[in-house]
Write a new protein. Structure first.
Length: 196
């Protein structure tokens, strides 16, 4: 991916990639199906070049001896800015479906985050799904973000969703989530997706 940041006439650019893998192990599956077993996931985000601002706003006239006459007052000088790393983050996650009975399924997940610009943290979550014959699926979700992070502004989140069958293989997905975002207060997130 290409990343660019501009402040007036200064620009910083970088190239980065996100890489990840998911492994469906089939271990601990209550149905002996590989899709209901233990899943492992790993990813690395923002692996790439450093960023550094450059541009004409960094060039300023400099008078080397402002109290002396007869010198060059408008010698062009350029500020040198330091470069910085992109916020690189490594994630390792595990999920499992401990309960799969008829039209009901419970999914538990845990992921650990190791960023280069913050403290390490852990996210945990659970989803309860019910298959509604001919209608679609209903979901109830809960989780906690940024466990063990120093001075975290995150915390508990609760939500739900529904996938409704429309016609043929067309579906509509509606999601809602409530979460506390520290000093920003409570946040409500809504999502609508069309699946085909």
């Amino acid at each position: 991916k290409y990343i660019s940041s501009t402040i007036w006439h200064m620009t910083a650019r970088a190239f980065a990639v996100d890489l990840g893998v998911i492994i469906n192990t089939g271990f601990f599956s209550p149905t002996a199906s590989k899709k209901h077993g233990l899943n492992l996931g790993m990813s690395i985000s923002n692996y790439g070049t450093k960023m550094k601002y450059d541009g004409i706003d960094l060039i300023r006239p400099i008078d080397i001896l402002p109290d002396e006459a007869g010198n060059f007052r408008d010698v062009p000088g350029q500020f040198r800015l330091q470069d910085w790393e992109l916020p690189l983050i490594f994630r390792l996650g595990v999920s499992i479906n401990p309960i799969v009975r008829g039209n009901q399924q419970v999914t538990l997940s845990v992921d650990a985050l190791h960023p280069n610009n913050n403290s390490e943290s852990v996210n945990v979550g659970m989803q309860y799904a019910v298959l509604l014959p001919t209608l679609g699926k209903l979901f109830l979700r809960g989780g906690y973000k940024a466990l063990f992070m120093e001075k975290s502004e995150y915390g508990l989140s609760l939500g739900g969703g529904v996938i409704m069958n429309l016609f043929g293989n067309k579906k509509i997905k509606i999601d809602y989530a409530f979460r506390n975002v520290g000093i920003l207060g409570n946040a409500h997130s809504y999502g609508v997706s069309f699946l085909f």
